[in-house]
Design a protein around this ligand. Structure first.
Ligand code: PEP
Ligand code: MN
Length: 337
């Protein structure tokens, strides 16, 4: 059961509420998020929810019959808009593009990428400093020093940083330098990491697992929300299927369906979604047409030289053409739907 309480609930009313929940043999925990104050009660015994709903200081109460609720439209009808400051917004009505290399490689590379992005009016730069790699002998990222170097340059240019966090222990050291924490496909069901990101007050981009279902993605997002962080965006980045002609199968169906099921922003990642440079533009456009609120792209000054994911990385010129196309596609979609 999820109970939304008045943020100014009187202490006596709050104590009565917790006593009432205890009496039902439910456990209860209070969760404060950026947008609300909740009590989450977990237990088995059936009871009439009106007996709690009518208590003083209670704004709303929902029974949780599904595996997720807070991230669904059943909980919140108005879509979540994520505000990254200085006019950078993301979500329904605020189409956002994010681009950058797969991995942060050097000071020169960061400078060149920022110049490209600023020239294109893009305010959010992606890049990995902790890289999950299939082989332990591949480049695994520049780590905290790389992040600080990136941050110095990004702040100066007014560019926001999205980067992957792989372990709970990394959160604290990354916190001051990150605007959006990315949870990669391989960690989509790392529940300890999701719990920990729920206690952070910065946005999280949660990727779908390579073999994860839409339901599993939503349940993972519920972990973050139910721990106190409502600023989450979901990302379709392709799934593993029996098709081997390309790296992953970009599931545009999921984008359309997620937009119906959740109030959270949905982002398309066509770079990982197909994994082959020459098809990234088509798949990016398909993602927008399916309803994505934003697109995240891998770009590099010399894509063939990129330390990771070279085969799916666009050149600046290819990316610039695509940004224009994506804006047009977004406007067309909005006029059609
Ligand atoms: C990435 O964004 O570079 C990445 C590793 O993505 P994913 O987790 O989707 O594979
Ligand atoms: Mn990558």
């Amino acid at each position: 059961m999820i109970i939304q309480i008045d943020p100014n609930i009187r202490e006596i009313d709050f104590n009565n509420l917790t006593e009432k929940i205890k009496g039902l043999h439910y456990t209860s925990s209070r969760v404060s998020t950026q947008f609300g104050e909740y009590v989450i009660g977990v237990g088995k015994k059936p009871f009439d929810i009106r007996s709690i709903g009518t208590m003083p200081g209670i704004l709303d109460i929902h029974r949780v019959s599904d595996a997720y609720k807070l991230v669904s439209k059943k909980w919140k009808v108005n879509d979540t808009i994520i505000d990254l400051g200085e006019g950078v917004r993301l979500g329904t009505g605020h189409f956002a593009m994010m681009a950058g290399p797969c991995s942060i490689e050097s000071e020169e590379q960061v400078a060149s990428t920022i110049k490209h992005l600023v020239g294109q009016g893009i305010r959010i730069m992606r890049g990995g400093v902790y890289k999950p790699r299939s082989s332990p002998y591949s480049f695994r990222g520049l780590g905290p020093d790389g992040l600080k170097m990136w941050y110095e340059q990004a702040r100066e240019a007014g560019v926001r940083i999205i980067t992957e966090v792989m372990m709970t222990e990394q959160i604290e050291g990354m916190y001051d330098y990150v605007d959006i924490f990315q949870v990669g496909a391989r960690n989509s069901q790392n529940f300890n990491l999701l719990d920990a990101l729920g206690k952070v007050d910065k946005p999280v981009l949660l990727k779908r697992g390579m073999s994860g279902t839409i339901n599993e993605l939503l349940q993972s997002a519920e972990y973050i929300f139910s721990n106190g962080n409502e600023i989450i965006m979901l990302c379709e980045r392709g799934i593993s299927t029996y098709e081997s002609a390309y790296r992953n199968t970009m599931d545009v169906n999921a984008i359309a369906m997620l937009k119906e099921k959740t109030h959270l922003p949905v982002i398309a990642d066509p770079s990982h979604g197909i994994g082959l440079r020459s098809y990234v533009p088509q798949i990016a456009l398909a993602g927008v047409m399916a309803g994505a609120d934003g697109v995240i792209l891998e770009v590099h000054e010399r894509p063939e030289k990129a330390f990771s994911d070279a085969q799916q990385t666009l050149s600046y010129q290819e990316a610039a053409n695509l940004y224009q196309g994506l804006k047009k596609a977004y406007d067309l979609r909005e006029s059609l739907m």
